[in-house]
Design a protein. Structure first.
Length: 1067
């Protein structure tokens, strides 16, 4: 059935790092992430944080996305001071955002709205944390009695105790507002909507919807129904959530839902979410009314659906339940889910939640049309975290803006696709770039939300009926997406070392307060402050934590002098006072393997070169005819980018193929000519080098030592790469014999993956063919010094380059000699192109000369930033505009003061850190003692399982029988049941179970039998195993960062060093 559509005519919002729809859309495109270390004024880390997920009353994830500099203007809204203080901040934030949405819709201060038929429906759970905290004032009697009892047990006299408690009462109550006539209404959730109605004199009805994390999407559904039924003519719907307090944060921590590592969405490493907060509101009208009144329509809601998971879990999502909500939404819309190109998912980043949602959407689309094209899937949570009751409307706003701009935006916080998104059967993909809406598909999006209690909601939006179709992506969108970086460059300069240290120390005080996005803002601020002074430093950092550690390390290194060149950590400093001489190394075949290039994505000048090269997007990227133009293209792109920063070299050399690029740099031919020459050379080398029976090998030895291995007549030295790196070339059988001989003598030797015996007489046919092709090219005189790897010396300006390029195919590569010449002439050397092969060789040849690689095949921009940072620190005069041109950069507080919402409970003075640690340790020891006591009491598996289950749900033992179902009868989550199973096996002294089957439908008696049966197959050596089953497949590329840390104290207690994994669930 198709019903009248509901138009979105106004949007208001306040989320972390976004106070308007325009800012939110910029953040989405630019990939800005609002996560920061949870401020102590919200939850003091000393009291609540522990890296141990099992630590009682603690959380283990330190990141959250919080509002900064939000302040409600009660004077402008004419709100009494006592009312303001007695009311939860959620009320005021909701009122602010509702006013913003009304103004955006053309109803500023409600003027022009049909006040009698305008309603307000707001999604919210538990009001907000501030009213929860303020209730602590009313719990003073409990605190008084508890403290009095403790003091009495220590022998305090009654009068002394009474005097102390009178003073304590004043201190205890001081942060909390006095209870007055506004306190009750100010602490209720329903009055959030009522306050909006009260302020604007709306009489259509105002109330709150609580569906946990589905709340705000359910509010839109509720309002849409009222509009369709004619109960309302205008509606404000959305959500508000300010609940980053111990109740929610530690509660989520104990379900394992918070991310232990970086928060990633729909990712192979989905491991949980980081919390967020904020509010979003929409102004809704019937589409016919909106058109009649000439309102701007962002998008129209075509359909909506709601469902419950029934007997499914209270805290875990169910794919079948969510599919039902999806079906109802598209039945109502009158079009199919298979016609939707973009889905804004719930996407909390938990492994189970992401898998469930992907399955629900994929199955729904597959059932509707097995041949449907893949649809995009993303979530706003990658930018602002999980805003819980305000999460659904945040996703709806993002999807609405995507439809309005007709752009499918890239995801944020996604690296490697979740396994459900891979393979030929995948029906969804996570977008990495901004793309115009597919021309052959209608502009439609779907939005999902799921909440505790098994509540599911789905809304589908479509473009306004009057919206013209866009034909190209606007330049601003392209620029914002291109500006995404995985790291930033922090620059400092000063007149002397003491001032430099002071500047670094001042920034170090600010860095821990920053969000990921604000690290960009800081970098831009520092770059503007650079003024060409002699004493300089540069640090490359991926996030505020990295910046804090590296700036601390920089200060420590500056204690030993002003010269720092830490290439591994990206930390540089010097006081040279003059610009450095820079040398370039251009790589040859065998460098890099293709793949995503951050350089190409980030810089338009690099992208232009790649487009001009016309490289194949797929296929064998290391095949000679592909690899040679690909490598040269990467080097050309890097050259362009370096020039945009004002980085120029004074000398250069190229390894084999790389010599072509070096000649271009030297002025012998232009970019177009170089690309053409690289293609010709690659084709010639691939097609005219014989039958492919030749081979090459790298020998970890000097040339003289290699010759001692007995090369014979057919094998030659093809490359003098480094003092202990020599390459040989010749027939494959002969090469294999020499490799075997070298290994037998303890010399490292490896076959190189090439198809021919390059740089040997065997490729003479290719050299002859190249001679003919070189006649088609004209070369200019060299304008800059190029060191040839054919001769190992600097080329003459009038060198016969055609002859040189012919000879280099058959003659050995003398990189060692050429690199030494470059080192003599350089203060800094840069490998310009894919990979870092030459960097490793150069470090062996000239260890005293600093060298860095750009690695244009890398998806990370950090290598380039290291090069720019090193050049700056060494004294180069750079143009830094390219670092921030076109990117979103926002102002940081001029006074360095970051204002966050503060919990009144954090107004108490901090206790001594050592005392806090001592108290925490005592608490942990007590918890361990309790656990040990419980473990010592064991019986049969069923008896123990019943006992632990009864204790967990706090029921009499007789109420928990062998026939009791833990999920259906006791309403335990699957995570909790997994913990119970693990507790039972541990108490019985058994190893952790492998391959535990699904226990969603079994009773305790059957579960006990499963535990006993699986125990029979457990391996004795599994007890206390150092790793969990399945670790192997998790292994993936990673970067190693060395962080200074004290050596742990040895634990000499019996059994120390033994550990076991707790398996809560199995695949």
């Amino acid at each position: 059935m198709s019903v009248e559509r509901i138009s979105i005519v106004g949007i208001g919002l306040r989320y972390p790092d976004a106070s308007s729809p325009e800012e939110l859309w910029e953040n989405v495109l630019a990939g800005r992430r609002a996560f920061r270390r949870l401020p102590d004024e919200r939850m003091n880390r000393a009291d609540y944080y522990s890296p141990d997920p099992k630590a009682p009353d603690r959380f283990y994830a330190q990141k959250a996305a919080v509002l900064r500099d939000y302040e409600f203007d009660r004077v402008a809204h004419k709100v009494a001071g006592s009312t303001f203080r007695a009311t939860d901040t959620t009320h005021w934030l909701a009122l602010d955002v509702a006013a913003q949405a009304l103004a955006d819709a053309g109803f500023d201060e409600g003027d022009g709205a049909p006040r009698q038929s305008t309603g307000v429906v707001i999604g919210n759970s538990l009001t907000g944390e501030f009213s929860r905290a303020n209730i602590m004032r009313l719990r003073w009697p409990y605190v008084r009695r508890t403290v009095a009892a403790a003091l009495s047990s220590r022998g305090w006299e009654d009068e002394e105790t009474a005097n102390f408690l009178r003073e304590l009462e004043v201190q205890y109550k001081e942060p909390f507002p006095e209870i007055n006539e506004d306190t009750l209404a100010g602490g209720l959730a329903n009055t959030i909507a009522g306050r909006v109605c009260n302020h604007f004199d709306f009489a259509g009805g105002g109330y709150t919807v609580d569906g946990a994390c589905s709340s705000s999407l359910l509010s839109v559904v509720t309002a849409a129904n009222a509009l369709v039924q004619g109960d309302l003519d205008l509606a404000i719907a959305g959500g508000v959530d300010l609940s980053i307090d111990p109740f929610e944060v530690i509660g989520f921590a104990k379900t394992g839902a918070l991310a232990k590592r970086e928060m990633k969405v729909y990712d192979a490493d989905s491991n949980g979410f980081w919390p967020g907060e904020g509010s979003g509101m929409l102004v809704l009208m019937r589409e016919s009314d909106a058109l009649e009144q000439g309102k701007r329509i962002y998008a129209s809601i075509g359909g909506w659906g709601v469902s419950s998971d029934g007997k499914g879990g209270i805290t875990r999502p169910e794919a079948a339940g969510h599919r039902l909500a999806i079906k109802r939404a598209y039945d109502r819309a009158g079009y199919g889910v298979e016609t939707v190109s973009y889905f804004e998912g719930h996407g909390t980043g938990t492994a189970l939640g992401d898998a469930t949602e992907i399955e629900a959407l994929s199955t729904a689309r597959r059932d509707a049309d097995p041949l449907a094209k893949q649809a995009a899937l993303s979530t706003i949570k990658g930018n602002i975290g999980h805003t819980k009751a305000a999460a659904g409307v945040a996703g709806l706003i993002k999807a609405t803006l995507a439809v309005y701009h007709q752009v499918i935006p890239p995801a944020t916080g996604h690296h490697d696709p979740h396994e459900s998104l891979t393979g030929s059967s995948a029906r969804m993909y996570v977008p990495r770039d901004a793309t115009l809406w597919p021309e052959d598909q209608p502009v439609r999006a779907g939005v999902s939300a799921m909440g505790f209690g098994g509540i599911n909601s789905h809304i589908t939006v479509t473009e306004a009926p009057t919206a013209p179709r866009r034909r190209e992506l606007d330049e601003r969108a392209r620029t914002l997406v291109a500006g995404r970086q995985d790291a930033e460059l922090l620059l400092f300069d000063a007149d002397d070392l003491a001032t430099l240290r002071g500047n670094v120390a001042a920034v170090l005080e600010t860095v821990p307060k920053l969000s990921f996005a604000e690290l960009t803002d800081l970098a831009a601020t520092l770059a503007k402050e650079v003024s060409g002074k002699a004493v300089r430093a540069a640090v490359v950092a991926a996030n505020p934590e990295h910046a804090e550690r590296k700036l601390t390390k920089l200060l420590e290194q500056l204690d030993s002098g002003d010269a720092v060149f830490d290439s591994a950590d990206g930390i540089f400093a010097s006081s040279r006072g003059t610009a450095p001489k820079i040398g370039y190394l251009f790589p040859g075949q065998g460098s890099g393997r293709g793949g995503e290039s951050a350089l190409r994505r980030r810089f338009a000048s690099a992208e232009e070169i790649y487009r001009a090269a016309g490289l194949p997007a797929s296929g064998d990227q290391v095949a000679t005819e592909v690899a040679q133009p690909r490598i040269v293209t990467g080097s050309l792109a890097a050259l362009r980018v370096l020039r945009s920063f004002g980085i120029e070299a004074s000398t250069a050399t190229g390894h084999s193929l790389g010599e072509l690029t070096a000649l271009h740099w030297g002025g012998a031919l232009d970019e177009r000519g170089l690309l053409a020459l690289a293609k010709v050379r690659g084709k010639v080398m691939a097609t005219t080098t014989g039958d492919g029976t030749g081979a090459m090998a790298g020998i970890a030895a000097s040339p003289s030592r290699v010759e001692e291995l007995g090369l014979g007549d057919d094998v030659v030295i093809a490359g003098y790469n480094a003092p202990e790196q020599t390459v040989i070339s010749g027939p494959a059988p002969a090469i294999d014999k020499i490799v075997a001989r070298a290994k037998a003598q303890g010399v490292g030797a490896t076959r190189i993956k090439v198809s021919h015996a390059f740089h040997s007489p065997a490729v003479e046919p290719a050299a002859n063919a190249m001679t003919e092709k070189l006649g088609e090219f004209s070369f200019s005189r060299l304008e800059r010094p190029v060191v040839s790897t054919v001769s190992g010396d600097v080329l003459h300006a009038a060198e016969n380059l055609s002859e040189l390029l012919r000879d280099q195919i058959v003659l050995p590569v003398r990189f060692r000699e050429a690199a030494a010449k470059v080192a003599e002439r350089s203060d800094l050397v840069v490998e310009v192109g894919p990979g870092r092969v030459l960097t490793g060789l150069f470090e062996e040849i000239a260890p005293e000369t600093p060298v860095l690689a750009i690695d244009t095949d890398n998806a990370s921009l950090q290598a380039l930033l290291r090069v720019v940072g090193a050049a700056f620190a060494l004294g180069a005069e750079l143009s830094l505009d390219a670092l921030f041109e076109g990117r979103v950069v926002r102002a940081l507080p001029a006074d360095g003061v970051f204002n966050f919402l503060a919990s009144p409970c954090e107004a108490a003075p901090s206790i001594d850190s050592e005392l806090a640690a001592e108290l925490a340790a005592e608490k942990a020891q007590a918890a361990e003692a309790d656990a040990a006591s419980a473990d010592s009491e064991s019986g049969s598996t069923l008896d123990l399982l019943r006992k632990l289950a009864a204790e967990r749900v706090e029921l009499p033992l007789e109420a928990v029988t062998a026939d009791t179902h833990p999920l259906d009868d006791l309403h335990l989550s699957s995570i909790t049941v997994g913990q119970l199973v693990n507790d039972v096996t541990r108490a019985l002294g058994r190893p952790a179970l492998e391959g535990m089957p699904n226990f969603a439908t079994v009773c305790l008696g059957e579960l006990a039998e499963m535990i006993d049966e699986l125990a029979q197959t457990a391996k004795p050596t599994d007890q206390g195993a150092g790793e969990a089953p399945g670790v192997g497949p998790w292994v993936r590329p990673f970067a190693v960062e060395y962080v200074p840390a004290p050596r742990p104290k040895a634990d000499l207690t019996p059994g120390a060093g033994q550990a076991e994994w707790q398996v809560f669930a199995t695949p």
